[in-house]
Each structure stands twice: as structure tokens, then as C-alpha cells.
Design a protein around this ligand. Structure first.
Ligand SMILES: [Fe+2]
Length: 395
């Protein structure tokens, strides 16, 4: 990047209303960003909604190397609540939907306890409990969790899940092959969470240790290299008499995330909650919206050119999206811009408040869609961004 350049009509501030001189109509932003929202960017102002292009068969390019058959490129919506046969213990109830070289995103609705202990030697696991709750029993102690919690289980830690039997369970799991951490910018030079971080040390719950425990379970399952291996103990592995250190599971309620509010729209990275190689996890929680008199509070259309974006909708109203329900998962891939549904951009002028609750993942490498995800795909989703009453028909 060289120096900043600017041409044509611009509002005084980004993310505020620009009315085109020639027509008086509201212009539509497209924020074109590198490295998620942390790198160089340009903001373009369109006369028409920039994310209405529809698939076409005219796709002739150069000859690709053999084996490179990409999936159809489009915005997708997976109805995770329609996923059949997700019951059983957490160890077997998991249904992978999206994956790349850095992570696997799965959903599950377990209705039984894990019958054995588990060690995931492939990666850390970050769960989000949309409904339900229970107990995470680990080598280091017991960690209760409930609805709206993130639960982070670090790689290699022996554990098993005990979902509360009386509760309906709906969980999201992100398996990360790199370590899941607090974003570096939230810490001061001694590692303490900064006072302007969106959470404090007091918000994270650790396991409670109460000495050796024998549940009568002797079986252990280990995952390594994408395969499962069984082991058997002659005694209970929960035989610790004490431990200390900085490596342990934690639980954190998304409702304790302290969202920032600004005069004009903040990039989603301001909602960063956890980070790991190749991905950023952000929390969208109920909050007041932007307070500039001309603020466009709705997320602007944008092309995050390095990022495949996934959103797991938890509950509440989603200002920019229609046809979305709790448990919906949207995938907005790099390569095509995305933005609000028709009417949402205009309706958000001047700010207000949102009651949305959602978890977002920005993924650096292209996501692959599993057959289980295709089975719950909403085929109308990509087209739903075209304004049916607008003058923006596709030629
Ligand atoms: Fe986005």
C-alpha cells in the first residue's frame, strides 16, 4: 500500500449515510478488507447493492490442475436444528459440517454421558452451549457449564462430558489444530488482561479439584492423526492428589462479553473473543448500536478478501438477516461480497439497539462443506439477498 487516495463522493465519516448527488438515493458501502478487518482496506460506495450477483453457468477459465473441483461458490445457510440423528454421548453425537486445514466445525445434541474418558491429541476444542448444560469432568477437576457458555478443552487433557439429562442440548464444537488463546492485544506486558479488554479474569471459570476420583471407568479413547485409538486402565486415571499450572479447561459465558459501542460501526474484530491459528472467534451480544445521527448501524456490505466467515445464530433478532433461526449457521465465503438483506441497511439509519446473540468465526483458509451440511442446506439463501422490489435486477 502507498499513500491513501480518494476520489468522488464520500461522506465525512465511514459507515454514515451518503446520498448520491445525482439521484439523492442512499449509496451502499462495500468495505474491502485484508487480514479480516486488521489489514489495509478501501471503502467503495455503490449506487446499487453490491452483493446481489447470482450464480451463472458462464464459468470458463483456464484449465485447473486435476483434482481441483471446487464446491459451488455462494452464500450458504445450514439449518443445524434440522440435523437428524445427533443423540447419544458427546463422543459419538458430533456431526462435522465445515472443515479446513486449521479446524473442524461440528454440531451435536447429546442425550447421554460419555461412557469413557477421551483425550484429543489432534487439537483444542471450543464448545458453545446454545441450549443445555452439564459437567465437564477432567483430570484436573470438574467444570460445570450451562447455556450460553463457551467451554475450552485444551489438547491432550483427559476428560468426559456429562450433559444434564433433563435439559435439551444443542452444542457447537470447534476443533482447532492450533492452540486456542485469548487475543494477544487484550493482555498487558505481564500477561494480565488489560482493563479495556472485553472481559476480565473473573469471568473465566476453572475446574474445581477435590482429590482422587474413581467412577469405575477404565476405558480411554484417544484421537490422533484423525483416527481413534482405544486404551484400558487397570485403575481410575482420575487419581491426582494435586496439580498446579496454567494449562486447564475454562468456561466463559458469552453474556459476560463486554461489547464496545462506537459513534460509527465497528468492525467485527472488535468482538474478538478467542483466537487460534487460521481463525478468530467473535461474540455478538445485545448492545446499543452506533450513536452518530447519520450512522448506518447495520453491518455494511463487505468483501473480507482473505476470510470465509461463519456465523452461528444463538437467539434474538438479527438486524441484517432474514430467514435465520436460532441454530442457523451461515457461511459467507471469500470471493464474493456479502452484506445485509434487502431493506436492513436503510432501516438501520440512526442506530438504536440490537438484541442479537451469535458466535462468528473468521477462517483464513477455504472451508469445505461436508455431506451432512449439504443435507441441511437452505438452497434459497444465496438468492435471498437480491432485492425483489428493487431496481437492481441482474442483467
Ligand atoms: Fe461479514
Amino acid at each position: 500500500m502507498l499513500e491513501r487516495r480518494s476520489f468522488g463522493e464520500l461522506p465525512a465519516k465511514p459507515h454514515t449515510a451518503l446520498h448520491c448527488k445525482s439521484t439523492g438515493a442512499l449509496a451502499y458501502e462495500e468495505c474491502i478488507t485484508r487480514a479480516g478487518f486488521d489489514g489495509p482496506y478501501s471503502i467503495a460506495y455503490h449506487e446499487r447493492r453490491p452483493h446481489e450477483a447470482e450464480p451463472s453457468d458462464e464459468a470458463r477459465g483456464w484449465e485447473l490442475l486435476s483434482g481441483q473441483t471446487p464446491r459451488a461458490l455462494g452464500r450458504q445457510h445450514f439449518r443445524s436444528f434440522d440435523q437428524p440423528e445427533r443423540g447419544g454421548p458427546p463422543l459419538t453425537a458430533r456431526v462435522p459440517l465445515l472443515e479446513n486445514e486449521d479446524l473442524v466445525i461440528s454440531v451435536l445434541a447429546p442425550d447421554a454421558e460419555d461412557p469413557c474418558y477421551f483425550v484429543n491429541a489432534d487439537g483444542d476444542q471450543l464448545l458453545f452451549i446454545r441450549e443445555g448444560g452439564g459437567l465437564l469432568r477432567t483430570l484436573l477437576g470438574d467444570l460445570p457449564f450451562r447455556a450460553n457458555d463457551y467451554v475450552c478443552v485444551p489438547r491432550g487433557l483427559l476428560h468426559r462430558f456429562l450433559p444434564t439429562a433433563e435439559l435439551r442440548q444443542e452444542w457447537l464444537v470447534i476443533e482447532s489444530f492450533g492452540p486456542i488463546a485469548i487475543p494477544r492485544q487484550y493482555r498487558n506486558e505481564v500477561g494480565q488482561l488489560r482493563m479495556d479488554a472485553p472481559y476480565s479474569h473473573r469471568d473465566f471459570r476453572a475446574p474445581v479439584f477435590s482429590g482422587p476420583c474413581d467412577e469405575g471407568i477404565r476405558k480411554l479413547l484417544v484421537k490422533r492423526g484423525g483416527a481413534f485409538f482405544g486404551f484400558r486402565y487397570a485403575h481410575s486415571p482420575l487419581d491426582l492428589v494435586g496439580w498446579d499450572g496454567c494449562y486447564y479447561p475454562v468456561a466463559f459465558s458469552i453474556l459476560d462479553f463486554q461489547a464496545k459501542v462506537s459513534m460509527v460501526h465497528l468492525p467485527p474484530t472488535e468482538h474478538a473473543t478467542f483466537a487460534f491459528p487460521g481463525a478468530l472467534v467473535c461474540s455478538f451480544v445485545p448492545r446499543p448500536l452506533d450513536y452518530h445521527a447519520q450512522a448506518i448501524a447495520c453491518p455494511y456490505p463487505h468483501s473480507s478478501v482473505d476470510i470465509d466467515e461463519v456465523i452461528y445464530y444463538v437467539r434474538g433478532n438479527f438486524t441484517s438477516r432474514k430467514g435465520i433461526s436460532p441454530g442457523s449457521i451461515s457461511l459467507h465465503p471469500a470471493g464474493i461480497p456479502h452484506g445485509p438483506h434487502p431493506g436492513a441497511y436503510e432501516a438501520s439509519l440512526g442506530g438504536g439497539r440490537t438484541e442479537e446473540l451469535a458466535v462468528m468465526l473468521d477462517c483464513a483458509r477455504p472451508l469445505r462443506v461436508t455431506s451432512a451440511a449439504l443435507a441441511i442446506d437452505d438452497p434459497s439463501y444465496h438468492h435471498s439477498f437480491v432485492d425483489p422490489g428493487g431496481s437492481h435486477s441482474i442483467g
